[in-house]
Design a binder for this molecule. Structure first.
Ligand code: ADP
Length: 503
């Protein structure tokens, strides 16, 4: 391996003999030069024609974290991240071409990468390649900061929002493409102009106020205001303005992010109007159903009462067919009455007051429900059991109705066996899960959603009496509390009705 002496000897001959430096012996000078090159803070290394590293100084080794034994003797190609680039560099050097300020990336001992700037000069003797001397400058920090800068710039430029900076006098300093798209001005047209150029005529006054707040170091967050585009269109804008500080912490300006929410604002207004209209028409409809079901009951009662009177007083004179017809009339009127009663109950769930703030004991309510169902339970020979039930926030009457409809169904839709019904509740994250389980006829899975619809029934009235409103009422009650209701069942396997109530 060549020493630093091989190159220093020849060059030292050109020095003048008059300086005190040259009055020392050539060995002294050589030692000093070797010591200088070895310890100078600039990273240096020499490579042979094929890329073998011949020598490296302490700064070079420190830069890459290698020991001398690790580094010297290996090929420089092993340390370059880009193999093609180093092959190209070696090729150029072989052709006597010096290389200056070439950007490269080198592997360090710990696996990290350093961005460097390299300059190499070739040393020839008698036209014969001796070695290449390379100076390596660490560029990593600068490269990172350039990359970061570039990335931030790209983020700002690609944003859909307008990102603008201004000085403390309100003079626009920078303007991204988003700003150009939203406001219609190009950067050239607007940089240097006052920010008030963007204010809608009725919002000019707020500009000084925003600037005052920024000077005090305050932020303006998601402030909804109006701004004007180049062609005079008024936009609804959500504005976030924050102070910009220099490295000493002094406020030197402000950055402003403006989002065009005009369309969103219009959509929200339209949605609000549609929602209000829907609430009004819903209320009207509810009122109509409520009044209709209430008012229709009276004439219906007349039909059934007079039908019964007719049957009692004149039944015999009308013959068997006449009696049968009157029977149908009375029966129809009674059924209609039941339907109207349930329809009213259904509309009443929605018109009841807000949810109660006091929780009530579900076990107490279930006990009361069972009292209401005493006759039905006794006649069917049903056994009803319950596990510990929680306190829940729901209207007393509605929980009673819920239990009553589910348990009455469990009894009505019984199989050949005496009904066995069990009620329990388990705690889930933010709710109570109730289950009413029976051993009845069960429900085919394809109907498990339909049965919650208005007037939806799976059987004829002659098979099982009912109006098809019980589960619809249950669903309405549960959904009002924010919960949901569903069934798990198979034909002949009994049913499990689940419902949740937020805890
Ligand atoms: P109704 O019982 O008055 O017909 P519901 O809305 O309470 O109305 O029930 C709808 C339908 O769901 C019933 O007609 C019945 O077919 C079915 N159903 C409800 N509960 C049960 C149950 N526990 N077991 C089997 N079928 C049921």
């Amino acid at each position: 391996m060549r020493s630093i002496r091989d190159v220093s000897e020849k060059e030292s001959k050109v020095a003048s003999v008059s300086s005190p430096f040259d009055q020392r012996t050539s060995q002294q000078r050589e030692r000093e030069l070797t010591d200088f090159v070895e310890n100078v803070a600039v990273a240096l290394h020499w490579v042979a024609e094929d890329g073998t590293i011949l020598w490296a100084n302490a700064a070079e080794l420190a830069l890459l974290g290698h020991s001398r034994e690790d580094y010297v003797g290996r090929n420089i190609k092993e340390f370059h991240v880009d193999e093609h680039a180093i092959a190209e560099i070696l090729h150029r050097l072989k052709n006597k071409e010096n290389i200056s300020n070439c950007q490269a990336r080198l592997w360090c001992k710990d696996g990290s990468i350093r961005d460097v700037c390299m300059s190499s000069s070739v040393y020839f003797e008698n036209d014969k390649f001796v070695h290449t001397r390379c100076v390596t400058l660490d560029n990593t920090a600068q490269k990172r900061s350039e990359d970061l800068h570039e990335r931030l710039f790209a983020i700002v430029e690609s944003s859909d929002d307008a990102i603008i900076s201004k000085d403390l006098n309100g003079v626009i300093q920078s303007w991204n493409r988003g700003a150009e798209r939203i406001f219609g001005y190009t950067a050239d047209e607007i940089i240097g102009k006052h920010i008030s150029i963007l204010a809608a005529p009725d919002r000019v006054d707020e500009i000084p106020n925003i600037l005052d707040r920024l000077i005090r170091g305050e932020r303006v967050d998601h402030y909804i205001t109006k701004r004007k585009t180049k062609n005079g269109r008024i936009l609804i804008i959500s504005l976030t303005v924050s102070p910009i500080r220099d490295s000493s912490g002094r406020i030197i300006g402000a950055s402003k992010v403006a989002r065009d929410i005009t369309e969103l604002h219009q959509q929200q207004a339209a949605l609000r109007a549609a929602n209000d209209a829907l609430i009004r028409s819903n209320a009207d409809l509810q009122q109509f159903v409520y009044s209709a079901s209430h008012d229709l009951q009276e004439p219906l009662r007349m039909v059934s009462i007079y039908g019964e009177l007719l049957q009692r007083e004149f039944g015999g004179k009308l013959g068997s067919v006449g009696g049968e017809y009157i029977g149908y009339t009375v029966e129809g009127a009674l059924r209609m009455e039941r339907l109207l009663r349930d329809l009213r109950a259904y509309t009443l769930v929605s018109t009841s007051a807000q949810e109660p703030t006091e929780a009530l004991d579900a076990a107490d309510i279930l006990e009361k429900t069972l009292v209401n169902l005493t006759t039905m339970i006794a006649e069917s020979g049903a056994t009803i059991t319950m596990s510990a039930l929680p306190r829940v926030r729901i209207h007393k009457f509605q929980l009673e109705q819920l239990f009553q409809n589910l348990i009455a169904n469990a009894i009505r839709y019984r199989s050949g066996e005496p009904p066995r019904i069990h009620v329990d509740a388990t705690r889930r994250e933010t709710e109570w899960l109730f289950c009413v389980e029976d051993n009845g006829i069960g429900i085919a899975p394809q109907y498990k959603e339909d049965i919650f619809g208005l007037f939806k029934r799976l059987h004829s009235v002659s098979e099982y009496p009912g109006t098809g409103m019980g589960l619809a009422i249950c669903q309405r009650i549960v959904e009002r509390t924010g919960g949901r209701i569903w069934v798990e069942s198979e034909i002949g396997q009994g049913s499990k009705f689940f419902f949740t109530i937020p805890s």
